[in-house]
Write a protein that binds this ligand. Structure first.
Ligand code: BJW
Length: 225
């Protein structure tokens, strides 16, 4: 049974209207990473960080999956072997398209996490520094996402999937953020075929044995077909 492990990044959701990070006009050209995507930035100005994530949460709630998300959900349903999607994305578009085996390594916009007692709950559309934790009552609610310097979620499970992968596919990610950027090497070490599907060659495109470039809504359905 052939096992396919798929890594997705912001590029797969770009055609659903959600901005990428590092493309021209992307989120990191409008906001300083150290202010909105680090624990220190949150400590300095939680209001700014909550505004950044509340706006993205509301935007993601309006977004609909595109043909690339739909193709992966179809692959998961129809493939006779195993298909696992590891996403760096915090939107819920893979699930909205019908995928079930999705590991959100950088968390989700729909989640809230208490920095005091680690309780998790569904985030309201808008959070502020006054949002209280329903478990401990502290005003220490934060988005349940993974910032720089924090350990991504599901790492043990992801590494096991990579060890078992026959095919590793990377879709819509710039290959600039670790540990996701090293997954292709992990998969290669196990002898997997490695495929990059992206708008353009990424920072790590040389590591892939097959490469196809173009918008995800075109190259992903073509690859799945
Ligand atoms: C299209 C398209 C279309 C456009 N169709 N394609 C020095 C060396 C090595 C590592 C480090 C280092 N210093 C620090 C580190 C570690 C650090 C890191 O990687 N830093 C780098 C900047 C160097 N990493 C961490 O801190 C991570 N934790 C960690 O390492 O813990 C230690 C550890 C881990 C494991 C084992 C043991 C120990 C945590 C990283 C957290 C990243 N968080 C963010 C924010 C999440 C919440 C949120 O969404 O706000 O995650 S940052 C941001 O980048 C977000 C993304 O998931 C992530 C990756 O971005 P992505 O998805 O690749 O987007 P872009 O914009 O970069 O690229 C889009 C791509 O799509 C482009 O290629 C386009 O061409 C393409 N595209 N339109 C197809 N239509």
């Amino acid at each position: 049974m052939t096992k396919i492990v798929i890594l997705t990044g912001a590029g797969i959701s770009a055609e659903s209207g959600l901005g990428t990070f590092r493309d021209e006009g992307g989120l990191w050209s409008q906001h300083k990473i150290e202010n909105v995507a680090t624990p220190d930035g949150f400590s300095r100005d939680p209001g700014l960080v909550h505004r950044f994530y509340s706006a993205r949460r509301q935007q993601a709630a309006q977004a609909v999956p595109n043909a690339a998300h739909a193709a992966l959900a179809r692959l998961e349903r129809d493939w006779p072997g195993d298909v696992v999607i590891v996403t760096q994305n915090v939107d819920g578009l893979h699930e909205a398209a019908g995928a079930h085996r999705v590991l959100h390594m950088h968390g989700t916009l729909s989640g809230a996490l208490c920095a005091n007692c680690q309780h998790r709950w569904t985030a309201p559309p808008e959070m502020t520094p006054d949002t209280t934790c329903p478990a401990c009552g502290a005003r220490t609610a934060r988005p349940d996402v993974v910032w720089f310097g924090e350990l991504p979620y599901h790492m043990d499970e992801i590494l096991t999937h990579l060890e078992e992968a026959d095919i590793f596919v990377s879709i819509g990610t710039s290959g600039q953020v670790y540990p996701a950027a090293s997954f292709v090497q992990e998969a290669r070490m196990q002898g997997a075929e490695t495929i990059e599907l992206n708008l353009e060659p990424s920072e790590i495109s040389d590591a892939f044995t097959q490469r196809h470039y173009g918008p995800a809504s075109e190259v992903v359905p073509q690859w799945v077909a």
